[in-house]
Design a protein around this ligand. Sequence first.
Ligand code: ZN
Length: 113
Amino acid sequence: MQDHEKRARTEALFRDVNERIAESAERFDADETEFVCECADPNCTHRVAASLAEYEDVRGDPTTFLVVPGHEESDIERVVSDRGRFRIVEKFQAVVRRTVVRLDPRGQAPSES
Ligand SMILES: [Zn+2]
């Protein structure tokens, strides 16, 4: 479904923004910084305070994303961790999963057959 791909692309775009934010935070030796919410709403401007270690937890898996509590969308993702200030969601919807894995900025090659 095209709508699913569109939402996945939006989330992947926010993920790219956060990769940049994490890079500059590292450069300035910051332990904690403000990331953007990685939900599927292209107009979302919410910020999420998280440590770089927490961010790495999320980014270690190409199918997990960081969102403001309440921004998760239950038809495409499930909450796997609630950290209070933010939630970690895992994509389970097939098209969304495939899209976010394909667009993973860290290039973790999916083992798709
Ligand atoms: Zn959001």
